[in-house]
Design a binder for this molecule. Structure first.
Ligand code: GUN
Length: 288
């Protein structure tokens, strides 16, 4: 079997188009412009790229984009004061603090100081609890993007065996909750899982989110399974250049899978599209 390639780039463009239409209607009918504030502390190069891209795409769909770039040695008190100001700012409907934060800042404290209604990352403990109990919440962008691609490809996911490799708070755990919400039988695998190959071989859906280049080989993949690759790993090639690869070995997995997301051009673009969708949702909820 040669897998169908799930085009996350095209799907994300479609989502952004729908968000832009909705934003235009809000502006016209309710004089409302959704606003997203992104806070970056320090100079992490990957984070700088993400933040720039988020700001650009926010503006492109007609929303207000505000960026706060703070020095790496910013105190926790100063960061919390900024978040408090953004929480109270009625022109801001979404707040995203780019992670990872410098080591001297308490990530949990910072994230939980964001108004849960403006927590477009879905990382606030209230949103985590709401998602875990199947209630209306802000859903983390990367797993939401993965779920949208899976639903688009399969229609119903009910009764499918899904394996999520990786147990992070940002991807693995919320991904498992979302799949459970769609009535999958879900296994969360991680670095201590025994016989990972056996676990993955039983899966109709494999979501790889471990951050290790090409760690899932094709012979672990059940014939016809759907493979969602969340990994974005920069590796050095033999000719001294760098290349982005996912957490699955693309060629061998594509040879057995029924469908697969490429890296780049799969999950990545969907993450930002979902951030824009979450900001729109937050703006609509804030205005009844
Ligand atoms: N760093 C890597 N991914 C993310 C994300 O989805 N949200 C935030 N805030 N930081 C990140």
């Amino acid at each position: 079997m040669t897998a169908q390639v799930i085009d996350g780039k095209a799907f994300a463009a479609e989502v952004r188009g729908k968000v832009a239409e909705h934003v235009a209607r809000l502006k016209e009918k309710h004089d409302l412009v959704p606003g997203l504030a992104v806070v970056l502390v320090g100079e992490d190069p990957a984070s700088q790229v993400y933040v720039r891209s988020k700001g650009k795409q926010t503006t492109e769909v007609g929303m207000k984009s505000v960026e706060h770039r703070l020095d790496a040695d910013t105190s926790e008190a100063d960061l919390l004061a900024l978040i408090d100001t953004l929480n109270k700012d009625e022109s801001i409907h979404g707040i995203l603090v780019q992670l990872p934060l410098p080591k001297h800042l308490n990530e949990d404290l910072v994230i939980n100081s964001i108004d849960p209604a403006k927590d477009v990352d879905g990382f606030h403990i209230s949103n985590v609890g709401l998602l875990g109990t199947g209630q209306k919440s802000m859903v983390p962008c990367t797993p939401l993007g993965c779920l949208m691609m899976l639903r688009d490809h399969h229609g119903s996911l009910s009764g499918m065996n899904a394996v999520v490799i990786g147990r992070s708070n940002i991807v693995g755990k919320p991904m498992a909750q979302l799949l459970l919400g769609d009535s999958c039988t879900v296994t969360i695998a991680h670095s201590r899982t025994k016989d990972l190959a056996d676990v993955v071989r039983r899966a109709d859906i494999v979501v790889a989110a471990v951050g290790r280049p090409a760690m899932v080989p094709g012979d672990w993949i059940k014939e016809g399974a759907t493979v969602i690759d969340v990994g974005i790993n920069r590796i050095e090639t033999e000719d001294g250049k760098t290349r982005l690869v996912g957490d699955v070995d693309y060629e061998s997995c594509a040879a057995r899978a029924g469908a697969i997301t490429p890296v780049p051009g799969g999950v990545g673009p969907m993450t930002i599209a979902c951030l824009l969708a979450n900001t729109l949702t937050a703006a609509c909820r804030a205005n009844g």
